[in-house]
Design a protein around this ligand. Structure first.
Ligand SMILES: C[S@@+](CC[C@H](N)C(=O)[O-])C[C@H]1O[C@@H](n2cnc3c(N)ncnc32)[C@H](O)[C@@H]1O
Length: 190
């Protein structure tokens, strides 16, 4: 655990614009992020896995490591994830390319990305690529420290997103909320 902190802060110092957090997510936040996941309902995609706080919480719900696809662009974090979680699918690439992952039937995308600090085009690529893997009603799950939804208003509108938000999680530094965004079913009725 203290090794995780050293790695996290080392990368925060080197790449502050990518890590964008003072500390890894707390156990309380990680547990809220994964609270609705069920290993019987298919694989999970995790974006911005970092040192694996949320990854660990996903696995603790009973997922086999090969049911989890962790997307992380920082090679030092990727090496650490591969060492810590044998069998995990670690994709060392930008979340902008998540739509190209070869997998079927994901039940959710769980994101620890600093989404709000990203340019709109990058946010759009990440959201559109994520929803390409999700059936209508399946969630894109994202935490945020601020008072507003962590997906920009114009993107929520253009992707037709609805959402719910959790109570504030005080046991995190800083306190955070978890949002679950979904696309409604727009298929014509038969
Ligand atoms: C706030 S940290 C969260 C780490 C971890 N999920 C947690 O909750 O403790 C953000 C993570 O997103 C990663 N990241 C930032 N931009 C990314 C991108 N475009 N694609 C993939 N990962 C990215 C960073 O390298 C970092 O690991």
């Amino acid at each position: 655990m203290s090794g995780d902190l050293g790695l996290f802060w080392g990368q925060l110092f080197r790449k502050p614009d990518q890590v964008v957090a003072l500390a890894p997510s707390s156990r309380a936040l990680a547990e809220e992020m994964v609270a609705t996941l069920d290993p019987r309902r298919g694989p999970v995609i995790e974006l911005g896995a970092g040192t694996g706080r949320i990854t660990r919480a996903i696995l603790a719900r009973g997922f086999a490591p090969d049911q989890v696809h962790a997307v992380e662009m920082n090679p030092a974090f990727c090496d650490n994830l591969r060492t810590r979680f044998a069998g995990l699918n670690v994709h060392c690439l930008s979340a902008a390319d998540v739509g190209g992952l070869a997998l079927r039937g994901a039940q959710a995308v769980v994101s620890g990305l600093p989404l709000l600090s990203m340019p709109l085009a990058l946010q759009h690529a990440i959201l559109a690529g994520s929803f390409a893997h999700l059936d209508p009603g399946a969630p894109f799950i994202q935490f945020t420290y601020g008072p507003r939804p962590p997906v920009r208003a114009e993107l929520r509108a253009s992707l037709g997103l609805t959402w719910t938000k959790s109570a504030k999680i005080w046991g995190n530094l800083p306190p955070a909320r978890v949002y679950r965004f979904c696309q409604p079913d727009r298929r014509p009725m038969e």
